[in-house]
Ligand binder design. Structure first.
Ligand code: NOJ
Ligand code: CA
Length: 710
């Protein structure tokens, strides 16, 4: 191993080099100062280079940069090994075991300014960040670009979406790095507010596979007070360079020492399943500071939501526009007759939630402003406290409480974030007064302050402010259209989920998400944290609502069930209409049974873009759930249940595609089977094109065993 690293270093003139190994020696990292005092790093997996010697550095505006002229001031190494328990998650306990190398660099010609590069090397990957200590020659500075590079070893296959300052709602493309053309961003015209960077720019998490079968994932951890990082791909040399999201003036970040950047993360393995099992990003985030977490509840919810997206009802109360928040008497508007969030309709959802064991009911379109909402880029749209005349907040508070159900608040900010910031305190007070303890926020449209971007430093700070303020008010939060997550749910466990990718909603009104979409999401978007994908659509084709409609969900019904297991989130919606669930009560049983918080997760089989099989053990109870999904190809998946304990018998309820099922031709054909199984059983799951299978496993009772003998 050392020989390989040394041979890499021979090509460059090195004045200092140090190599560390990960705890079990799987990875090695070399930091080196090359000619001119330029800091670099290189990463190897066994004998395979993952990242060749690559530059590190930060460019400052109006002053000399942190990119050359360095000498070594000091080098520290240490080992971290701790095990911690997340408030909720895919596993009960997480071990964080790594070797750390902290290099303090000094620039003798620039008043001895110092910069620390801190590396943490785990067996499943590397994290590193820049730290700027409080120092006389450096108190305030503006970052004009980060110069971090990732020099890859070849033309890897990449699973990418276009680099963009405002949106992550693109479809994924799979192509070699050399063939990336982000100007053709698939179905990009369906995204309303976007600011694409250019031909060879992509977003993180960037998933790649090498010709030798190595899986590499590049992302970041703990994105706080700094813009998100996109990557510019050099298509001749396969070197990726960081490109930060700018502010309205073109600057990237405003810093005051002491300060630090987020961690840059490179997760590596020769097994795709290891990438999904990695806890590296969480381990690089700070522990939670809230001590009483008893009010934070992983949960399943239903809501006045899909019916809005499929056009059965509307967010707005009246079919008018040009109504000013401050001047209009909303009581005098003529209702359009198909407003969704009426007291009666919400009661229907509350009853449904109570009958079937859902914690809460999301209600969108309850508050005035929707008439004036879409695409206006105006500052005063919603006030977050005034209900429409047909939505009785007090009565619904009483009714929901009597049924043991919570109503979930919705704050569409319309991306007028100045407006939201002004009204946030009052909005959260209103929630507490009316019994709400969870809010879904949303950022549709171009940001106000105008010129700022969804993924810039200003907005990154806003999302964190919302996480903090909701926590202070004991409110759980789910953000739509924010920057993609970076593991901050460890620090803010009330931040249950984000959308931050192309969700199921696109299947309701656009070209939708191709069958492979959900096999890529876990390797990309979900690397940073849970997604509110809103699975569980049973009525697959939209011509059910209006004959002329051609849209459809691009999966089978059984695959919609499997998504509850394969797309991890502590917050899962049963997104379809109650009326559709009532048509298929046997299939709905899986959604009622499935857990959202886990003791254990086993990634049984995975290949980005192709398939995924996951088994999870429910938190604090003896029940397992399994999900298997495929892309557009049919597959048979043999799943050994050897993860089940010892000799115990379980009843497996298998929700599978019917033999004739097909995501396009026959998506709603499923069958359900109940069989007795144990750790020696192998299930043979047959997945239709665009299909999936969901399995619940609960301990067999004496009766179940007796029936087996008969
Ligand atoms: C986009 C969100 O993703 C969706 O869930 C919500 O219904 C609409 N915005 C309206 O706020
Ligand atoms: Ca969205």
């Amino acid at each position: 191993m050392k020989t390989v690293i040394l041979s890499l270093l021979i090509f460059v003139n090195v004045s200092f080099a140090q190599t560390i190994q990960s705890p079990h020696g799987k990875l090695s990292l070399t930091f080196a100062l090359t000619t001119g005092g330029v800091p670099t790093y290189a990463l190897q997996f066994g004998n395979n280079p993952v990242v060749k010697t690559s530059r590190l550095g930060i460019q400052l505006k109006g002053e000399p940069s942190f990119d050359k002229g360095f000498v070594i001031a000091s080098v520290d190494t240490l080992t971290h090994d701790e095990t911690w328990e997340p408030v909720w998650g895919e596993v009960k306990r997480i071990r964080s075991h790594c070797r750390e190398l902290a290099v303090t660099l000094r620039q003798p010609s620039i008043h001895d300014r110092t910069l620390i590069v801190r590396f943490r090397l785990f067996d499943d990957g590397l994290g590193f960040r820049y730290e700027f200590s409080r120092q006389e020659p450096l108190k305030y500075f503006v970052v004009s670009e980060e110069q971090t590079e990732f020099a890859l070893t070849g033309d890897h296959t990449a699973f990418w979406i276009p680099g963009d300052y405002d949106t992550n709602e693109y479809q994924y493309t799979t192509s070699p790095l050399s063939k990336i053309d982000a100007t053709t961003g698939k179905a990009a015209d369906e995204i309303y507010a976007k600011t694409a960077i250019g031909r060879n720019a992509v977003q993180t998490p960037l998933m790649m596979k090498t010709g030798d079968g190595l899986y590499i994932n590049i992302h970041e951890a703990a994105l706080v007070d700094y813009p998100a990082m996109n990557l510019i791909v050099d298509q001749a040399t396969f070197k990726l360079s960081s490109h930060l999201v700018p502010d309205a003036l073109g600057n990237k970040a405003y810093m005051q020492t002491p300060a630090k950047t987020p961690w840059r993360t490179i997760i590596v393995s020769d097994k795709a399943t290891d990438i999904l099992a990695s806890k590296l990003i969480l381990n690089l985030n700070e522990p939670a500071t809230i001590s009483d977490v008893s009010w934070i509840k992983p949960q399943k919810y239903v809501g006045v939501w899909w019916e809005l997206h499929v056009g059965v009802s509307s967010w707005n109360y009246a079919d008018v526009d040009n109504v000013k928040l401050t001047e209009t008497d909303w009581k005098s508007l003529t209702p359009n007759g198909h407003h969704g969030a009426t007291t009666a309709r919400v009661k229907r959802y509350i009853d449904f939630a109570a009958t079937h064991g859902f914690t809460s009911v999301l209600v969108e379109g309850w508050n005035i402003g929707w008439e004036d909402w879409f695409g206006k880029w105006k500052e005063e749209v919603f006030d977050f406290i005034t209900p429409y005349p047909d939505f009785d907040v007090n009565e619904l508070q009483r009714y929901a409480a009597s049924k043991g159900v919570k109503v979930m608040m919705h704050h569409e900010t319309s991306s007028s974030v100045t407006n939201y910031e002004r009204r946030m305190d009052e909005a959260y007070r209103f929630m507490k007064t009316h019994g709400y303890d969870a809010v879904k926020t949303g950022y549709v449209g171009k940001i106000i302050p105008r010129g700022e971007h969804h993924d810039g430093q200003w907005m990154v700070n806003h999302y964190v402010r919302v996480a903090e303020k909701t926590a202070q008010n004991r409110i759980m939060v789910n953000m739509h259209e924010p920057v993609r997550p970076t593991g901050l749910h460890r620090t803010y466990p009330n931040w249950l989920a984000c959308e931050a990718a192309r969700g199921n909603e696109f299947n309701a009104w656009s070209h939708g998400n191709p069958p492979e979409h959900e096999t890529i999401l876990p390797f990309t978007r979900l690397m940073g944290g849970p997604m509110d994908y809103t699975p569980g659509i049973f009525q697959i084709k939209m011509n059910h609502y209006r004959p002329e409609r051609g849209e459809q969900v691009h999966t089978t019904l059984a695959k919609q069930l499997a998504l509850y297991v394969t797309l991890y989130s502590p917050l899962q919606m049963a997104a379809d209409l109650p009326e559709n669930y009532e048509r298929f009560p046997d299939a709905f049983q899986f959604i009622k049974d499935v857990d959202v918080d886990w003791d254990e997760t086993i990634i049984l089989a995975a290949e980005p873009g192709d398939y995924l099989t996951v088994a999870r053990k429910a938190k604090n109870r003896d029940a397992w759930f399994l999900g298997a999904i495929t892309d557009e190809h049919a597959r048979s998946s043999k799943v050994s249940l050897d993860f089940l304990p010892g000799q115990s018998w379980y009843v497996a309820s298998i929700y599978a595609d019917a033999p004739e099922a097909h995501w396009e031709k026959n998506p709603m054909a499923y069958h359900i089977e109940h069989v007795l199984v144990n750790s020696r059983t192998t299930l043979d799951l047959r997945l239709a094109p665009g299909g999936g299978a969901a399995v619940s496993l609960k301990p067999a009772t004496a009766d179940d065993m007796r029936r087996r003998k008969e």
